[in-house]
Write a protein of this length. Structure first.
Length: 577
């Protein structure tokens, strides 16, 4: 039987009332909130929001980092039949303004001063916005045109309100408008229903079993649909798991040791950083430690020598990450299969999946007991996949969105007359049913010589090099490929003495002939394994990493090519002179 998100939450509360639902850091220690306590707080907030005028169908925006109040605000709004509109905290004020105006937000929930300051910059551009609910504000502006009310005041309103909430909600009602990351243009609003979310959440935990004894550490933004479904609705509502919230991505390693989660949901970039940190620590340990680690990696799982390697080396590494991982889940972008194999060798299984905002989001996932490196897994039960003649991946199932908000034309382009959603991704199914992603249709590079290149695949190889932390391939309508390369400056600095380079100034290093020669040699090795037209003929080294603050990365850290090309137009043109 189809039910709504608030109904599913109540079912889980009744089943696990005294078990911990969420944990958060308070005065240096993690404290728990049980399911029954969370339910009472959600009900009080819902009544408070109701007294402020929030009703069925209204859009309610959340501009906050991950925290237990995010969950409370979401469930409270959904209890009233309102539609939650999550906003990424890393977005620029310009894009935040676009989202709030496009969704015609009247009430906004904001966490802190840093996020509120972004609103101050666009205050006059938000005519529909009337009220802002805040958790903590250090400085309240005197002449602010919107009504400001604290979360504590909203809770008091709700606790003193004796009225019952009698909103009629249908599983087919829109639960959330989630604005896509927008790698190619301004974000567009994806309408996802209660049933979209709950079907996908239940199918996900059927494919990758979790139970009420699992503990998750949440750090990916809840404003992104991967964390929303796989890291919140699926474990909390469908299985009664406990979710602890990391203080920030900077404190992730510390929080992992404190919470000791059994499951972690992440994106490839985080695993890449973990991989680099592990090697960094090994190298600092001296030659003997390095040799032992390399020896340990060569031992085959299941053998006596591997058992010894695990005891001697790998167990200690896992302990720095909490030591209790049952599995980790990776999505949001392509994961280098070498990285997945590395973590598997040290005893951390990465289950890679694939999905889009428009599919709530999970479409396929590798199973813990049936996985294949280099693929994004098998389709979820109840989801159909079809590969079009041009290799585009088409999806049909109860997880496919209702459409794009206020954009029927784009909805009709994305979902055909038979209900198949056109993902824009290209791929193929292996003989044993595993999906392999080739690349993004819109990001395909058409070269002037008629050749086609999938940049993401080459960038994965580039970023696997120990001297390269980020890269972006260019070559559309050109006769050869070029690359913007962000060096791993820590690795570079360790090598400068060996190269005979005296300077440590980044701007001078970018022009240093010996360093450029080093990267030429690295690219020669990479080019050796690429097709002739895929070879990178020219490159430029960049001083800084691509960032979300400059709109160069999406919230799941995928590159926004058109923005980066705009920022480095002169450098790109120079490579084709």
């Amino acid at each position: 039987m189809m039910i709504t998100i608030p109904q599913k939450f109540k079912e889980t509360v009744d089943k696990f009332s005294n078990r911990p639902a969420v944990k958060f850091k308070y005065h240096g220690a993690y404290i728990s909130v049980t399911f029954s306590q969370l339910y009472r707080r959600v009900q009080a907030m819902a009544k408070g929001l109701q007294s402020l005028g929030l009703k069925h169908g209204d859009r309610f925006a959340i501009l906050s980092e991950n925290r237990s109040e995010w969950v409370r605000a979401d469930l409270a709004a959904l209890t009233l039949g309102a539609i939650t509109v999550p906003v990424h905290t890393t977005l620029s004020p310009r894009i935040i303004s676009h989202i709030l105006n496009d969704a015609k937000i009247k009430i906004l929930f904001v966490s802190n001063q840093e996020n509120f300051n972004k609103l101050l910059l666009i205050e006059k551009e938000l005519p529909a916005l009337q009220q802002i609910i805040y958790i903590n504000l250090d400085n309240k502006p005197e002449n602010f045109s919107k009504t400001l009310i604290s979360l504590d005041e909203v809770m008091k309103l709700g606790e003193s309100d004796g009225q019952e909430i009698n909103t009629e909600i249908s599983p087919d009602d829109v639960a959330s408008i989630v604005y896509t990351s927008g790698t190619t243009a301004l974000p567009k609003g994806v309408m996802l229903t209660h049933h979209n979310f709950l079907f996908d959440a239940e199918a996900s935990v059927t494919a990758v079993p979790v139970n009420e004894h699992d503990v998750l550490l949440s750090f990916l933004p809840l404003s992104h649909v991967l964390e929303r479904t796989a890291g919140y609705y699926a474990p909390l509502l469908c299985r009664g798991c406990c979710i602890a919230y990391a203080e920030s991505i900077k404190t992730l390693t510390t929080n992992l040791r404190e919470v000791r989660p059994t499951i972690l949901i992440s994106v490839p970039r985080i695993f890449e950083k973990m991989h680099d940190q592990i090697w960094e620590k090994v190298k600092r340990g001296g030659k003997l430690k390095y040799k032992i680690f390399v020896w340990a990696l060569k031992q085959a799982p299941g053998t006596a020598s591997y058992f010894f390697a695990d005891l001697l080396v790998f167990k200690k590494i896992r302990a720095t990450l909490g030591g209790r991982f049952r599995l980790t889940i990776c999505g949001g972008a392509s994961l280098n299969h070498k990285l997945a194999k590395f973590f598997y060798r040290i005893g951390i299984k990465i289950v890679e999946g694939y999905g889009l905002t428009e599919t709530a989001p999970v479409i396929t996932v590798n199973r813990p007991d049936n996985f294949k490196f280099g693929t994004v897994g098998l389709q979820l039960p109840g989801v159909e996949i079809k590969i079009a003649p041009d290799k585009e991946i088409l999806i049909h199932g109860p997880n496919v969105m209702k459409g794009y908000y206020n954009n029927k034309k784009m909805t009709d382009e994305a979902i055909d007359a038979d209900g198949w959603f056109h993902t824009g991704d290209l791929g193929f199914m292996s003989s044993d049913g595993f999906l392999v992603i080739i690349g993004r249709k819109k990001e395909m590079i058409s070269m002037s010589n008629g050749k086609i290149v999938w940049p993401e695949q080459i960038e994965l190889v580039l970023n696997d090099d120990r001297f390269i932390i980020q890269s972006m391939i260019h070559g559309h309508n050109r006769n050869y490929l070029s690359a913007l390369i962000v060096p791993d400056w820590q690795e570079v600095l360790r090598t400068l003495d060996e190269l005979g380079v005296a300077t440590r100034e980044p701007d001078e290093l970018l022009r240093e002939p010996k360093l450029i020669k080093l990267f030429e040699h690295r690219l020669e090795k990479i080019n050796h394994d690429l097709a002739d037209w895929e070879k990178i003929r020219k490159f430029i080294l960049l001083r800084r990493e691509f960032s979300q603050e400059k709109d160069e990365l999406t919230p799941t850290l995928k590159v926004r090519r058109h923005i980066i090309e705009k920022h480095y137009l002169k450098q790109i043109e120079k490579m084709y002179q």
